[in-house]
Write a protein of this length. Sequence first.
Length: 499
Amino acid sequence: MAIVVFAVLAAASLLPVLLTPIPAMVDYPNHLARMYILSQSGTPDANPYYEVAWALYPNLAMDLLVPRMARLISVENATRLFLLVSQLLIVSGALVLERVVKKRVHFAGFAALLFLYCLPFTWGFVNFEFGLGVALWGIAAYLMVAERAWPIRFVFNAVFVTALFASHFFSLGIYGATLGIYELWRARDRKACRDAALRLAMLAIPAAALFGIMQLTAGSIGSEGTNWHLEFKPIWLFRIMNGYNLPVSAASALALMALLYLAAKRGILVLEAAGIWLAIGFTLLYLAIPSTLLGTSFADIRVIPAAALIIPAFCSLSLPSRRWTIAALAAVSGITLANLAVVFVVWLPYRADYAAIILSFHKIDRGSLVLVGGSGDSGDPPFNDLTQYPMFYAPTLAVHYANAFVPNVFTAVGKQPVQPRAAVQRLAIPYGGPMPISVLVAIAAGRTSSEIPPFIRTWYRDYDYLYVLGPSVANPLPNRLEELDRSARFVLYKIRRTP
């Protein structure tokens, strides 16, 4: 019965990606825009405002794979296939890891489905999702040969470290932390400190070598910027389950915590010795890691799904009767389906929203400069309505459909191999959201201050078009903006250089 329930839940969980040409994930349209730039580089259709500058960046999974897949299928389908493969890696990796540790598949697959649309994944951290799936397979492979001769362990580790280094730096960190904690537990259990030190050194050698090569080849990891937001760490535990609906997320998290507490209290769920070490290690890592690390936001919340995918392999669950089994399956299915229903409710309507903005690109002169504004007061995530968030980067697709320049395209040095050319370098906002329309209005009226960044101070002279995202508002600058198109989630204006 459990196998049938798992198969049905797994099939349902993959449907959103199969049914939506552009998944409604926050960063996804921006990644898709970059895939278009990479795939068209060196062709007559290449975007004139961006150049490809490869370096050894540990954040290149889709940048390396999608353009090659796009030679056989469209860029849009290749990017969606990459996402689907990432999800399959997550689920299969959790199953394989549990199989290696317990010699059977038990409940890790259900844990993977519970977190398949958690906040980091639904916000479009696709390289991290792909890398985490590879990390699960890598951990399983290492544990499978943990008792074999050191050359075999070294080769297995080197292969996965290389793959993870290219995929995503944080996924490599999860892989290293997991195996490091495991080896420390193993040393304590067997009183083999010297052997553990050698094993840890062997784990670190391939990563150290790649870091050295990166430095010699002018590669880098992200950018400067490290911030702790300790006040959010308790909150993320309740927001992690769903990236669109905070009440559903909190209810899911509370229900899951209650189930785990009840199972542990009755002795039904037991953490093995290595699992206890991993649980403590991931807890300390979550508390210690900054919220923004090397310019990458939401670093700490990525630890939560990693722990949720790895620790179940080191737990034993003994349900005393068929009634308990049915109740457990019903509870897990209810949480999974509730979060999946939210995904369907958000993703399916966005098919029309993305189609509308793609049609609007045909009203833009090719080769134009396109600014993105927001009708709200901030470019930060609209936590009061996270269903608005997937539209934030939709205008970046103009780089393909209108061969335009859009300042919000992801071009951060150390993360992406796409860079704006010198002529538009000063306008680039590689990780910024829409500029609040109130700021644009103030600038147009001559009310500037030192707090306004230089790249936006002359927007009405630098750009040709303006997208205003969010709830519809009246034309804020009738003498400067001419409305060309409108939908439920955006308004497109042509900017009059002379008011």
